[in-house]
Structures are given as structure tokens and as C-alpha cells.
Write a protein that binds this ligand. Structure first.
Ligand SMILES: [Zn+2]
Length: 208
């Protein structure tokens, strides 16, 4: 579904996210802002002239806006649960979220855009609340993470990686909607023929 697998460290050329900059609070603030953008882009498109655009895939193997938004919502929920698991367990091993399996199993394409947008924001705030209070030694705690390869990752990395996921998919959602949305052709301004306004004004005066 992805043109090119995004990086999991350093700088992402596709969306501009950088794993090496920003402190915890800044990263969480960025994540919430990007989630709000995903939510708004979906809501706006669904309220537009053709609400069905949110369910259109630009290409057969590229997700639609609603599918990406459902993915973002689920990522936020799963990652918040992983923060809790990391704090609770000695050597956390995270279960894979099955990102592709969920698309069909949970019927992403049939979900209601307003509900998805609201849940996405709720999970972003909950994730943010769980992440903001983490102390330095907690951020350094390791767990076994599956994506993109099975490797030990710190909790701090998980927070940054989640922020990257949201920023990256915000980029995807906006790009996809730009491809599938019918262009808005501005109506030509009804330019009154010269003199019409004047005549009307005259008539008003006459009828007085
Ligand atoms: Zn990216």
C-alpha cells in the first residue's frame, strides 16, 4: 500500500518528520496537531459536494482517506496501550497490530467519517496525556517492537515513531483527497451588465 517504506529514524523525505529533533512535549504537541489535521481533512471532505470521495482509492493498492484515518485512529489506540504495557512489564514484547488485516476485518471502508474523526481525536488526546507525563528513565525503557523489523526499541522511540506515523499519514490523507476530490470550479461572478444596477436603483426610486 505504500510507495516506499518510510524510515524509522533520521529524516523522512516524504513528510518532513525528523526523529532527531524536538523534545517530548514538542513531539506530543505536534502529534495532536497532526491528528487534528487528519480529522479535519476527513470531516471536510465528507461534508463536501461528494461525500463518497473519502472512500475512493486513488489506485487499487493505495488506501482511501477513510482507510488511512481508521489506521491512524487504531495506531493511536494501540500505541497508548503499548505505553501502559511498557510501564507495567519487565521485558515488554508488543503484539503486532496487524495493520493490513484490520482494513478488511474492521471494514474500514464502510465506517462513518464523523465517528472516525471524533475517535481519532479522542485517542490522540489520550495518547498525548499518557506520553506527556513519562519520566526520562521511563522513556529509556526497552521493549521488543515488530515494525518494520523485530528490534528492541525505547519508549521514547515509540512516542516519536507514533508522531511520525500520524504526520506521515496526514500527508497521505491530504494527498489522496487532492487526487480523488473533484476540483472546485469557482462559479463565474454574475457581472451585472453595465447600467442594470443603475436601472434597478432608478426603478426603486420611481416606485417610491
Ligand atoms: Zn514520513
Amino acid at each position: 500500500m505504500n510507495k516506499q517504506q518510510p524510515p524509522v529514524d533520521g529524516y523522512c523525505e516524504q513528510c518532513g518528520f525528523n526523529y532527531d529533533t524536538g523534545d517530548l512535549q514538542g513531539t506530543v504537541t505536534l502529534l495532536i496537531r497532526q491528528a487534528a489535521d487528519c480529522s479535519m481533512a476527513l470531516t471536510k471532505a465528507a461534508a463536501g459536494p461528494d461525500p463518497n470521495v473519502v472512500r475512493l482509492r486513488p489506485e487499487p493498492d493505495v488506501w482511501s482517506a477513510i482507510e488511512y484515518a481508521c489506521h491512524v485512529r487504531d495506531v493511536l489506540e494501540v500505541q497508548r496501550q503499548r505505553i501502559a504495557q511498557c510501564l507495567a512489564e519487565d521485558r515488554p514484547v508488543y503484539a503486532p497490530m496487524d495493520r493490513t488485516g484490520r482494513v478488511k476485518q474492521q471494514k474500514y471502508e464502510d465506517q462513518d467519517p464523523a465517528e472516525v474523526a471524533a475517535a481519532l481525536m479522542r485517542f490522540a488526546r489520550e495518547f498525548g496525556a499518557a506520553a506527556r507525563v513519562l519520566r526520562p528513565q521511563e522513556l529509556g525503557k526497552l521493549g521488543l517492537y515488530n515494525y518494520p523489523v523485530r528490534a528492541p526499541r525505547t519508549l521514547g522511540w515509540i512516542i516519536r515513531h507514533t508522531a511520525h506515523e500520524i504526520q506521515h499519514h496526514r500527508h497521505d490523507i491530504v494527498e489522496i483527497l487532492a487526487k480523488v476530490e473533484p476540483p472546485i470550479v469557482p462559479k463565474p461572478k454574475p457581472e451585472p451588465e453595465p447600467g442594470v444596477g443603475v436601472e434597478e436603483a432608478d426603478e426603486v426610486e420611481v416606485s417610491d
